[in-house]
Ligand binder design. Structure first.
Ligand SMILES: Cc1cc2nc3c(=O)[nH]c(=O)nc-3n(C[C@H](O)[C@H](O)[C@H](O)COP(=O)(O)OP(=O)(O)OC[C@H]3O[C@@H](n4cnc5c(N)ncnc54)[C@H](O)[C@@H]3O)c2cc1C
Ligand code: FES
Length: 256
């Protein structure tokens, strides 16, 4: 069931130059949320932004009735959201989409850029099932990996940066511990990264889930602007995704 609710911003954290996090309190009781689901955020206070913006649910704290969003400033909507302060109200439609399965006993979570956002709550959900994860975060530079310590309670954290400013130098798929030793891979991030991770998993026969970040408008399957061509035909990423089994995205990944 989808909800539309005014949340109160109880914490705003600036994470370097490009990212900020908002922790939002529900006025009542937060409904159940699956890792990988997202919200559609209303952008108020500017005439330039008409449509809501899709943002992953980064963390959930049911005891506090809060959820947290991790946002990268890329354009006019996210720039406007960055002006919000503690005490302000933010209207969300949520929880949207189809999340991760939280399967596997030895999972690897691979995130890049703003795609690391859904992986924190995912790692927390694995931990709640008694499963330790390996979390591999990548970025061009260390400044583009805004959250690191938050992941540490949930598993083994690995980092790779293209310029070598943190962790191993190179792409996530070049990390020395990126291998087929895991029984399940979950990935979210830039499209070339997800395609490389998904292709590797399919070729090695490892279960893999890919969370797509197509451009969206309505977020509820009504406008068809987020459609992607899967191996099972055209699918609305907002409704039938954003998380898909990599085996259904072989065409998208360029596997014949
Ligand atoms: C399911 C889903 C979950 C997402 N989760 C997060 C998240 O947790 N944190 C986060 O920071 N971002 C997330 N995004 C991306 C976020 O929605 C966009 O960055 C945001 O809508 C851009 O709005 P804007 O008005 O600032 O940019 P605009 O002014 O609309 O666009 C600025 C630039 O960003 C590009 N852009 C806009 N949307 C996307 C997109 N979806 N993918 C790639 N490029 C885009 C545009 O082409 C343009 O070049 C998610 C997207 C989806 C679909
Ligand atoms: S965003 Fe409207 S159908 Fe997906």
């Amino acid at each position: 069931m989808k909800h539309i609710t005014d949340f109160t911003i109880v914490r705003r954290e600036q994470l370097g130059q490009h990212y900020f996090a908002l922790t939002l309190r529900h006025p009542g009781t937060l409904p159940s949320i699956a890792a990988g689901q997202f919200v559609e955020v209303e952008v108020m206070g500017t005439r330039e932004v008409m449509l809501r913006r899709p943002i992953s649910i980064h963390d959930v704290n049911p005891a506090e009735n809060t959820l947290t969003l991790l946002i990268q400033v890329v354009g006019k909507g996210t720039r406007q959201l960055a002006t919000l302060q503690e005490g302000d109200t933010l209207n969300l439609i949520y929880p949207l989409g189809h999340g991760f399965s939280v399967e596997g006993r030895n999972p690897l979570l691979v995130g890049g850029g703003a795609g690391i956002a859904p992986l924190l709550y995912l790692a927390k959900c694995y931990k709640a099932k008694g499963v330790e994860t390996t979390i591999l975060l990548g970025g061009r530079t260390k400044e583009l990996i805004p959250v690191r310590e938050a992941f540490e309670p949930y598993g083994k954290l690995l980092i790779s940066t293209e310029d070598g400013s943190l962790g191993e130098k190179g792409m996530v798929t070049q990390h020395s511990l990126f291998s087929a030793a895991y029984d399940h891979i979950c990935t979210c991030g830039p499209t070339p990264m997800m395609k490389a991770v998904g292709r590797y998993a399919v070729e090695k026969g490892v279960d893999c889930e890919v969370s797509l970040e197509n451009m969206m408008a309505c977020g509820i399957g009504a406008c068809l602007c987020c459609v992607t061509d899967t191996d099972e035909g055209h699918k609305c990423v907002c409704k039938e995704g954003p998380v898909f089994d990599a085996l259904k995205l072989k065409k998208w990944m360029g596997i014949e």
